[in-house]
Design a protein around this ligand. Structure first.
Ligand code: CU
Length: 322
């Protein structure tokens, strides 16, 4: 029987491994669901990396297994192995291939980041350093409203902004995000609503303006495939379009202290109508809260201070007689 030439076997193996790797790259199900317009861009890049990694894994591990079998120790053979010392063409070959892969992936990743709005090609001015209040360790509403007033007037220049297909268009919704040990505060400047969760309407072009009061934090929404650092003194932005109604986790992904692991929140993606009613409800509730908190008992006269109680008790006349 005539033997099959090695080059033909190699060719067949190459075709099979290529097809298998392409299949794995599309069917690995390693990533969570996609819930933003930016997610498919990141996943396209990730799938290519999985395809290449699968092919390399199969080639390297397959070669090890084939050689283990082919050059195994045979009964009665006590001779030394063949003295092999270097192989320049082979070494050039296996150095060149990873080099090309890394360069191609590097160029592709910059392209993906650019299409997500990550590289601002129109504006190279240095970022303005914002005036931030001093360290605020406690996550209180008061500190957060202090941040609100100190928020930078200028548009943040670092972070993921408008994608290249709509460079100058302002976002539909702006949310000021403050990271602090160990919580996120979301402030809606147009409506005065403040929340510990991020609420956005589906399909809207949302811009987060990120700030940090103490140390570096990082806002990560795995289902959006988006992550942006919040840095003390340097405002950053994160712009996205959510594509699926639902609740998705927000995770702080920059080790920021003892309770970093508990620095979690969630983004709630509403239908536009649901979002409007959420905003309206919270606007009313928080205005009432602010009015209630704004009353300082020390500034009231005795009768004014007692008025609500005396009215309830029906003893109005007694207080007024004093
Ligand atoms: Cu954090």
């Amino acid at each position: 029987m005539q033997q099959i030439p090695v080059s033909l076997l190699t060719l067949v193996a190459g075709v099979v491994i290529t097809l298998f790797s392409l299949w794995v790259g599309q069917h690995h199900s390693l990533l969570p669901e996609q819930a933003s317009q930016q997610a498919p861009l990141v996943d396209g890049f990730f799938n290519i990396m999985v395809t290449i990694a699968t092919a390399l894994f199969v080639v390297v591990e397959g070669t090890i297994l084939i050689f283990l079998w082919k050059f195994r120790h045979r009964q009665g053979d006590d001779t030394d192995g063949a003295p092999v010392e270097g192989n320049l063409p082979l070494e050039v070959f296996w150095t060149a291939i990873p080099t090309i892969i890394v360069i191609v992936l590097g160029i592709y990743s910059v392209d993906v980041y650019g299409r997500m709005g990550g590289l601002d090609t129109h504006n190279h001015a240095p970022s303005h350093v914002a005036q931030m209040p001093g360290t605020a360790l406690a996550a209180t509403w008061n500190d957060a409203s202090g941040m609100e007033m100190a928020a930078p007037v200028n548009e943040p220049e670092i972070g993921i902004g408008a994608a290249s297909d709509r460079p100058q268009k302002p976002a539909d919704l702006a949310v000021d995000v403050t990271g602090m040990q160990f919580a996120w505060i979301f402030n809606y400047p147009d409506s005065g609503v403040m929340s510990s969760e991020l609420h956005v309407p589906v399909g809207a072009d949302v811009q987060l303006n990120l700030a940090a009061t103490d140390v570096i934090h990082s806002l990560w929404v795995p289902q959006f495939r988006l992550k942006q650092d919040a840095i003390p003194g340097i405002p950053t932005k994160l712009r996205f379009v959510a594509t699926k109604v639902g609740n998705y986790p927000i995770v702080c992904t920059e080790l920021c202290g003892g309770y970093h692991g508990s620095m979690r929140s969630q983004v709630v993606v509403h239908t536009p109508a649901e979002f409007e009613s959420w905003l309206a409800e919270n606007r009313i509730a928080q205005q009432e809260l602010k009015q209630a908190v704004a009353v300082n008992p020390a500034e009231l006269s005795t009768s004014d201070f007692l008025a609500p109680y005396t009215q309830k008790m029906g003893i109005e006349s007694i207080v007024h007689s004093h």
